[in-house]
Design a protein around this ligand. Sequence first.
Ligand code: CTP
Length: 394
Amino acid sequence: MKLQGREVILGVGGGIAAYKSCDLLRRLQDRGYAITVVPTPSSLNFVGSATWEALSGRPVTTQVWESVHTVPHISLAERADFLLIAPATADLIARIAMGRADDLLTNLVLASDVPKMIVPAMHPSMWLDPATVANVQTLRSRGFVVLDPEVGRLTGKDVGAGRFPETATIIANFEEMTGQSQDLAGVNVLITAGGTREPIDPVRFIGNRSSGKQGIALAIAARNRGAKVTLIAANCETSQLRGIDVIQVETTAQMQLHLGEQFDHCNILIMSAAVADARPTHVSDGKIKKMALTTIELTTNPDLLSELASRKGNRVLVGFAAETSDHLKEARRKLDSKGLDVIYVNDVSGGAIFGQDTTMGTIVVRNEADIAVKEVSKDALSNTLLDHAIRQLG
Ligand code: CTP
């Protein structure tokens, strides 16, 4: 699956700093980017394909002559949202400035029109050579973002301008280019995702159709914008999440317990989980035989949001509602009764939305006009909801 706006080609040039790009790759993955590594043939002297394949989890090619049937320079160029070349040697910069296409990476540079960033690293005398200076100027005039190398110790005894910048510096510049702001830095965001399950006996439960995709998309979006994110995940797949504190729960009671503990630490709570409204009054220790399974007595579960509303303080509460009729009226009612600042409601008649990567619905904000959301990815909706939450937070 292609991640919306987060596919990056990491081009690696043949400099000793290539080994530092292993860490860069990892940190970019932590921030939710999916990376395809395209090393130049000479860079393989420093870091081999096996390392890049293991780190990226994707095949690595250096020449257009490999995997020819996939037309790699075109298919990769079409897939990418951004191109980041780190490190770039004087030779690689010269080849790009000349428009050469003598390996897969330089083919890709020509074939793709996405934003491109170059992180040079070389000996100071090469960086300051008029030829390199002119090439860098050419690339900048063509819209490439070319970072200035840092000043400091280089390989051997030399000191000067040419060092590969720190990973954090590269990422900060890269995210400036990708438009990912860090407007949630210092903000604690608590998110619930998935659907709670209430056991009937050791093999059966009452559950719902929530996949958890929306809650997970919210957690990733908040993390990418710099928030400290805690995700209470009910029965959804979270093994791929990095940089997010995940608490796995199954039942509503478990979710209630962890929400109660985490709530005081959060600035924003987003309740995207579908909470089971009722649970069997008695949970059988043994499997109930089918002949005996005729009625299940239910007890209503507490409303978790309403319980927390009394401790709201200046926290922002965002809820979700899935309705099959009167959805706007119901959304306003829930906004008021649950003490919410924002609620997103979608029409789920016929099972729409559940398990899908896209959503459509309406954002309802206290004292404001409704905002209709046409079909968008759950990632995009997440960022829009976070925009509203930040606005409410002031
Ligand atoms: N919610 C909650 N505790 C519950 C049920 C729901 O905190 N026991 C939260 C959900 O996480 C969601 C919002 O309340 O953010 C609305 O959920 P929804 O199921 O639409 O509301 P209900 O109050 O259960 O109303 P309904 O009668 O329509 O099921």
